[in-house]
Write a protein that binds this ligand. Structure first.
Ligand code: SF4
Length: 363
């Protein structure tokens, strides 16, 4: 038995945290945003919202990589698949609606779309199919970008290309904080991304926007501990970065992983689905890797503008302005089997998680 895990799920300690949170509860409403599907799964699965003080709310923002991948990038992937390449990507990505269809639908019409678990799997497919171009549609945040960078630095075959749609989390937090009126009181920063970029990566944000940011792990008590640090900062009028996940996250992060993505990518503006363009939030291949750049090889450009299904409130869910049950389509029309918007497709999307775990606020 993993006693460490058991300790981090201990109901008695959870009750202690509940009491601590209620002692720290502010007199005004507080909105805490996390940007991590795994955080939302733990919160929904363990009913953690039911332990929060009445005036403290926790929202999931743009923390699902599949959900925030722009329609333009998805359209480019579709065009590439329709031109005869083997298009490889992560499973959920195949079910997200583009402006015309999903990659799964393109596969049903004859395109060669394959699900892989990593960029290395796509390289392996390229090695086994030297006569065909193989394109890895690379989505995800700072956690998956090093894996893509590593295969490009490892002399991949000439028929291997990457369609890059990797994104950076700190600029997205800045974009949320720049909204007027500002409603966000604090961030619970994602454990996975923070293992790579380090807790220190959030310090400029905390200073500029005077916002508490606490890095948290994924067990129920990790999250309750992180929330207690946030409430304590708010109560004491502080706005700093704290690391509630020191068993995995350091101040400087994983320097080797950062080196990898700096070597392969440059940073530029990126379109986030539902949010729009965020400066300095996207990874782009450096010139040295142009021979593996799928966009250049296939000359594809996505259609500008977002396709928003009528009634879908994914944009507000991703901006932490709405919860899934605010959407009139939730559970009635939109379900994991019949997804209307991207937040119901991705396993890390808020709507999908709420549907699976019935994670309503204050259960
Ligand atoms: S329930 Fe479906 S349509 Fe509504 S916001 Fe969520 S994903 Fe979009």
């Amino acid at each position: 038995m993993n006693t460490e895990l058991f300790r981090l799920r201990d109901p008695k300690r959870a009750r202690d945290f509940q009491r601590l949170l209620s002692r720290l509860a502010p007199s005004h409403p507080v909105k805490i945003v996390h940007v991590c599907g795994t955080h939302e799964i733990t919160i929904a699965q363990y009913g953690l919202r039911s332990l929060l003080p009445e005036n403290v709310e926790v929202f999931e923002g743009p923390g699902c990589p599949v959900c925030v991948t722009s329609t333009q990038d998805l359209d480019c992937a579709l065009q590439i698949a329709e031109r005869g390449a083997i298009l490889c990507t992560f499973g959920d990505m195949t079910r997200v609606p583009g402006s015309r269809m999903t990659l799964e639908e393109a596969r049903a019409e004859g395109a060669d779309v394959r699900v892989v678990l990593s960029a290395a799997d796509a390289v392996e497919i390229a090695r086994r199919n030297p006569e065909k171009p193989v394109v890895f549609f690379a989505v995800g945040f700072e956690t998956t970008a090093p894996g893509t960078a590593a295969v490009l630095l490892d002399n991949p075959p000439d028929n291997f290309f990457v369609l890059v749609s990797h994104k950076l989390i700190p600029p997205a937090l800045a974009a949320l904080l720049s909204q007027e009126p500002r409603e966000i009181s604090a961030f619970l920063a994602p454990g996975h991304v923070s293992t790579v970029i380090g807790a220190g990566a959030y310090r400029p944000l905390a200073e500029e926007f005077r916002v508490p940011i606490v890095v948290a792990g994924f067990e129920p008590l990790d999250i309750l501990y992180g929330l207690s640090l946030i409430l304590r900062q708010l109560r004491e009028g502080r706005a700093g970065v704290e690391n509630a996940y020191p068993r995995a996250v350091t101040e400087e992060g994983n320097l080797r992983a950062q080196e990898l993505f700096r070597e392969v990518f440059r940073i530029g503006p990126a379109i986030w689905r539902g949010i729009g363009e965020i400066p300095d939030s996207g990874f782009y291949l450096r010139e040295e890797f142009r021979d593996h750049d799928a966009q250049k090889e296939f000359g594809v450009v996505g259609r500008m503008g977002e396709e928003k299904p009528p009634g879908c409130r994914c944009a507000e869910v991703l901006m932490a302005k709405a919860i899934p049950t605010d959407c009139p389509l939730y559970e009635k029309v939109c379900t994991p089997l019949t997804p209307v918007g991207p937040c119901m497709v991705g396993a890390e999307g808020a709507c999908n998680i709420w549907y699976r775990y019935s994670g309503r606020p204050r259960l």
